[in-house]
Write a protein that binds this ligand. Sequence first.
Ligand SMILES: Nc1ncnc2c1ncn2[C@@H]1O[C@H](COP(=O)(O)OP(=O)(O)OP(=O)(O)O)[C@@H](O)[C@H]1O
Ligand SMILES: [Mg+2]
Length: 321
Amino acid sequence: MSRQHVDHREIAAFAQDRVNLPSDKAKEYRAQAKRLRDKLEGYLRDHPDFSLKKMLLSGSLAKGTALRTLNDIDVACYVSGADAPEDTQALLDYLAEKLRKAFPNFSPDQVQPQTYCVTVSFRGTGLDVDVVPILYDGDPNWYGNLVSQEDGSFLRTSIPRHLEFASVRKKRHDKDYAQVVRLAKFWARRMKSEQDGFRFKSFMIEMIMSKLSDDGVDFSDYPDALQAFFTYIANSDMRERIVFSDYYAPSSVPSTSDPIQIIDPVNQENNVARLYDSGQADAIVEAALDAGDAIDSALRAPTKQETVAYWQKVFGPQFQV
Ligand SMILES: Nc1ncnc2c1ncn2[C@@H]1O[C@H](COP(=O)(O)OP(=O)(O)OP(=O)(O)O)[C@@H](O)[C@H]1O
Ligand SMILES: [Mg+2]
């Protein structure tokens, strides 16, 4: 019958083997980021007026949602001071110059401004660290203007609050929230590689999962949780505003004509999906319909071979049982 060949257990095993960043790697990369952060703190003790105020692990490694294919470590760096430039390009050059000052045992070529971040490369092992500047004016909740990794614009947001927001949902579902996020990110990653122009940012996926969590969806059965995710996307047509009440009243969100509206849970004026047009929204809906159909068929397929073939439509040929 239905779940005989592939059930929750098989999806969980696939996640462990192929989707998740192994925990020893995650530990190693977090330690790498911490060494940079400690170095900056050491420098700040001797130079309290230095304009780089703090480094903070952000992104998937901080949230426990990293995929095995992780290829850089995201670190946010709070920059303040009268001479900090407000132009993105100039700010990145400024950040690189200050990082070289704070990390004198790195050679200058190990600290390189990129389009929207500054990369710190380690000799030998480890991944590169992408340092993303946040223009910071001393806000106690660590709000600041984050340089968008999509277009270099400034986004007012708070990384510590994002981490707190994620941890509320993670606690609610033990390990399952982060696991279902990683499975959906794995699916989206595959769609991106298969379909030119397909976009679906990790943060958007997390916000949809958070909405489902707040609506009472159970994440403990992975086929069902994935099906809930794809069904929500298909039913909403990606045109339903997603908004949270953790840090502001949903009624305070200003109106916008953006086709996808996934409002930053910590700033009602920031639509996380601002750069998505309706063609891109439609492509996400189409892909979710296909994935949802495939899971339905997989859960009904009579033979193991057919079942696996349907799951491969979702996760690609890497999916094996
Ligand atoms: N549009 C945005 N507005 C506000 N904050 C954002 C926005 N985009 C990204 N961020 C912040 O940057 C963090 C990392 O972004 P994102 O979720 O896209 O990548 P990630 O979690 O590192 O996933 P990936 O595995 O794809 O690298 C988010 O958790 C959030 O704090
Ligand atoms: Mg990342």
